[in-house]
Design a protein around this ligand. Structure first.
Ligand code: TMP
Length: 239
């Protein structure tokens, strides 16, 4: 990719296309943790995340959940719909882990009786605090109807992903989604769905096959992501 990106995030860059309603999303090999305190380039990560994310968006589309994903352009690039992003990260949790385990003072791993949906307000100066949907309404960032629709969509995404990943022997512990509005005002799942943004544990052994390997120095990351993709492709082949 030669041109300057429109936007470069921590692990992906966005480039314009000839069509103002479409963008190219390039998955890079960068890995960051601790708000950028830790950084590495892990050869092959971008390609694996692009492939895994494409599979996940395909599942959602097949089940009638609209997403920004239009197709793969090359191994690291997705063609996506241009969205006006909502300034919120939506986390869905099926088991206690990460920041919720810390917040509640409990060990990781306990299955939650019901999935938990959390909203985080994307604001660097504030450090992306967890907020209520009503707080986002108060700030004028979303209306109450959108809060309800995002929550319902995130729970539907969770059901689909947990079922498909489960068939591949992967436990969907938690994950993060981002949403945006198309030019026509349709609410779409955006960003990525990958082991960078989801906790995936081997159902048989509990081994972590996600970015916690990098965050917590648990072992090599790229072979684990390759294992995730291999399992998804194997599962697909048996459909
Ligand atoms: P947490 O336990 O650190 O709050 O993370 C919950 C899930 O959300 C986990 O699967 C990782 C994902 N996540 C992101 O993708 N980006 C983020 O900035 C954060 C904080 C979490």
């Amino acid at each position: 990719m030669e041109a300057a990106p429109l936007y470069a995030g921590k692990a992906k860059s966005l480039y314009p296309t000839d069509d103002p309603d479409q963008l190219l999303m390039v998955y890079r090999d960068d890995a960051t943790a601790g708000n950028g305190a830790k950084h590495a380039r892990l050869a092959g990560k971008g390609e694996l995340n692009a492939a895994i994310s494409a599979v996940a968006f395909g599942w959602l589309e097949a089940e009638g959940i609209p997403t920004h994903f239009l197709g793969r352009v090359d191994p690291v690039t997705h063609r996506v719909q241009a969205l006006r992003m909502l300034p919120v990260e939506v986390v869905v949790r099926n088991r206690l882990a990460g920041s919720l385990a810390s917040r509640l003072g409990q060990p990781e791993g306990m299955a939650l009786p019901e999935p938990v949906v959390e909203f985080y307000y994307k604001d660097d100066a504030l450090g992306d605090p967890m907020v209520l949907g009503e707080h986002l309404v108060a700030l004028g960032k979303m209306d109450l109807d959108q809060v309800g629709r995002v929550r319902a969509s995130a729970l539907a995404v969770n059901r689909i992903l947990a079922a498909r990943l489960g068939r591949a022997g992967l436990e969907l512990v938690d994950f993060k989604l981002e949403y945006g509005l198309s030019r026509g005002g349709e609410l779409l799942v955006g960003d990525e769905i990958s082991p960078d943004t989801a906790r995936l544990w081997d159902r048989a052994t509990g081994e972590r096959l996600d970015k916690d390997r990098f965050r917590r120095d648990l072992g090599e990351l790229v072979p684990a992501y390759r294992e995730v993709l291999d399992r998804l492709e194997r599962d697909h082949a048996t459909l």
